[in-house]
Design a protein around this ligand. Structure first.
Ligand code: ATP
Ligand code: MG
Length: 395
C-alpha cells in the first residue's frame, strides 16, 4: 500500500501575496531535513503539501518525526494513496485503518472533494464509506460531534487519499522567512529556549558563546555545542561563534568597581555580539533574559545593557516564569544538557553585591575609565566559527 505524508500549512496559509515565498522556504527546509531518508517528490495545493516517497523502504515514521519539528507546519499526517474510484477507497480504507478502527469506539468520516469531476459528492462519500466501515468494524458507532477517530477522504487531481490521524505540527513560520538573528547562547536553561522561540517566528539563528578559559573548562564549551546541536533539530543549521573572553573579564575585574562587574560584562558581550552580527548579516540579537530573574535582569540593568545596542534585542522569555521555560526546555530536549553542572563565564568574578538599580551614567563612567576597545577588537579577531547542522543532514 502506497503511503504519502500530507503537510498542512500553519500561519503562513493566511499570508497574502507573499505566501509563495513562505511556501518555498518551507519546502526547502523540509527537503533539506528529509533528504537523507531517500528520494521524495513534492507538490502543493490549497495550503497542503504532498510529500510522496519515491524510493522503496523509506522510513516514514522517521520522516514524520523530523517534519514534526519543522516550523511552518500546523498539522501533518500519513495517508494512504487510493485510485480515484469508490471501491478502491473502501478496500484500501479497510486495511489501512484496521488497527486504529478496531480499537476505537466512535468515528466519523469527512470528505474533501477538490476534484469536482468525481462522481460522488462529499456527503455521499461520507455516508457510503461510513456505512461500509460500520459493517466491517462492528465495535464502531458513529459520533459526528466528538469522534475518537476521524477518517478523512480527500479526492485530489491525481489520486484519492485516506487518513485518520492528524498530528500537531511545530507551528510558527518557516525558519529563514524572517531573516537571521544572533543568539547569545550560554550553557543555561533559558537561552536555548529563547533561540527555539525566535526560530518558531521564522528567524534563522546564529549563536555566539563567550568562554573564559581557564576559569571555564572545555567541557563547559562542549556542553554549549551540544545545546547548539540539539537546537538544529528545530532551527536548522546554526553558525556558532565562540569568543575568547578571559582578557576582557580580567580587565573588568582589575579596572572597574566590583558592583558593576556583571553589567559592564554584559554591555561588552553586546558590543562584541553586534560586531559579529554585522559580519554575519544578523539583524537582531536574542537573549534568554526574563525580567527580574537575577540582578542583571532588572529593568534598570536591562536598560544599561541596551544602551550599547544599536540593533534590536529580542528577549522572547521576558514575561515567562521559570516553570514555563523549563517546560519548553524539556520538550525540545535541552533541559538535561543545560542542567549539567559546568561553570559559565557569567559565574566568573560575580560581584558579592551586584547593583540591582544601576544608573547608566555611573556605569558609563566606570566602563570609560579603561579602554576596552583593543581587547574587544582582539576578541572579535580571535572568535572561532563552527557550523552545526541537524544530525540527519550529516548522515
Ligand atoms: P541562561 O539560562 O540562558 O544562561 P540565565 O538565567 O543564566 O540565562 P544570565 O546568566 O544572566 O541568565 O544570562 C542572561 C543571558 O545572557 C542568557 O540568557 C544568554 O542569552 C546570555 N549569556 C549569558 N552568558 C553567556 C555566555 N557565556 N555566552 C553567551 N551568552 C551568554
Ligand atoms: Mg546563565
Amino acid at each position: 500500500m502506497k503511503e504519502i505524508i500530507l503537510v498542512k500549512y500553519g500561519e503562513m496559509a493566511l499570508k497574502g501575496l507573499n505566501k509563495k515565498s513562505f511556501e518555498d522556504m518551507l519546502v526547502k527546509n523540509i527537503k533539506r531535513r528529509l533528504k537523507s531518508l531517500g528520494k521524495f517528490s513534492y507538490s502543493a495545493a490549497q495550503s497542503t503539501l504532498y510529500i510522496t516517497p519515491e524510493d522503496d523502504g523509506i522510513d516514514l515514521s522517521e520522516a514524520m518525526e523530523r517534519a514534526g519539528k519543522i516550523f511552518g507546519i500546523a498539522a501533518l499526517c500519513r495517508a494512504c494513496v487510493c485510485e480515484k474510484n469508490f471501491d478502491d477507497i473502501c478496500e484500501k480504507s479497510y486495511g489501512y485503518l484496521a488497527d486504529i478502527l478496531s480499537s476505537a469506539r466512535t468515528f466519523k468520516v469527512t470528505a474533501k472533494r477538490a476534484d469536482k469531476a468525481f462522481p460522488m459528492k462529499s456527503p455521499e462519500i461520507c455516508m457510503e464509506l461510513g456505512g461500509k466501515l460500520l459493517e466491517k468494524f462492528p465495535n464502531l458507532a458513529v459520533d459526528v460531534k466528538e469522534p475518537e477517530v476521524t477518517v478523512t477522504v480527500e479526492i485530489r487531481d491525481t489520486n484519492a487519499f485516506v487518513h485518520a490521524e492528524n498530528i500537531k505540527g511545530a507551528g510558527g513560520l518557516p525558519v529563514g522567512s524572517s531573516g537571521k538573528a544572533l543568539l547569545l547562547l550560554s550553557g543555561g536553561i533559558d537561552s536555548p529556549v529563547a533561540g527555539y522561540m525566535m526560530a518558531k517566528r521564522g528567524v534563522r539563528i546564529a549563536a555566539i558563546h563567550y568562554v573564559s578559559p581557564p576559569y571555564t573548562s572545555d567541557r563547559a564549551q562542549l556542553k554549549v555545542e551540544t545545546l547548539c546541536e540539539k537546537l538544529t533539530d528545530y532551527c536548522g543549521g546554526i553558525a556558532f561563534y565562540c569568543v575568547p573572553f578571559t582578557k576582557i573579564q580580567e580587565a573588568i575585574k582589575d579596572n572597574c568597581p566590583e558592583e558593576f562587574f556583571t553589567i559592564i560584562m554584559r554591555r561588552i558581550m553586546m558590543e562584541i555580539a553586534q560586531k559579529i552580527a554585522e559580519k554575519d548579516e544578523c539583524l537582531a540579537l536574542i537573549t534568554g533574559e526574563s525580567v527580574g530573574q537575577v540582578a542583571s535582569q532588572t529593568m534598570a540593568a536591562i536598560a544599561c545593557t541596551d544602551a550599547v545596542c544599536r540593533i534590536p534585542v529580542f528577549r522572547p522569555l521576558v514575561g515567562m516564569d521559570k516553570t514555563e521555560i523549563i517546560g519548553i526546555a524539556r520538550k525540545i530536549d535541552t533541559f538535561e544538557t543545560s542542567t549539567l553542572p559546568y561553570e559559565d563565564c557569567c559565574t566568573v568574578f560575580t560581584p558579592r553585591h551586584p547593583k540591582v538599580r544601576p544608573v547608566l551614567t555611573d556605569i558609563e563612567k566606570a566602563q570609560n575609565s579603561f579602554d576596552f576597545a583593543p581587547l574587544i577588537a582582539e576578541a572579535v579577531e580571535k572568535t572561532e566559527l563552527k557550523t552545526f547542522t541537524p544530525d540527519c543532514c550529516r548522515k
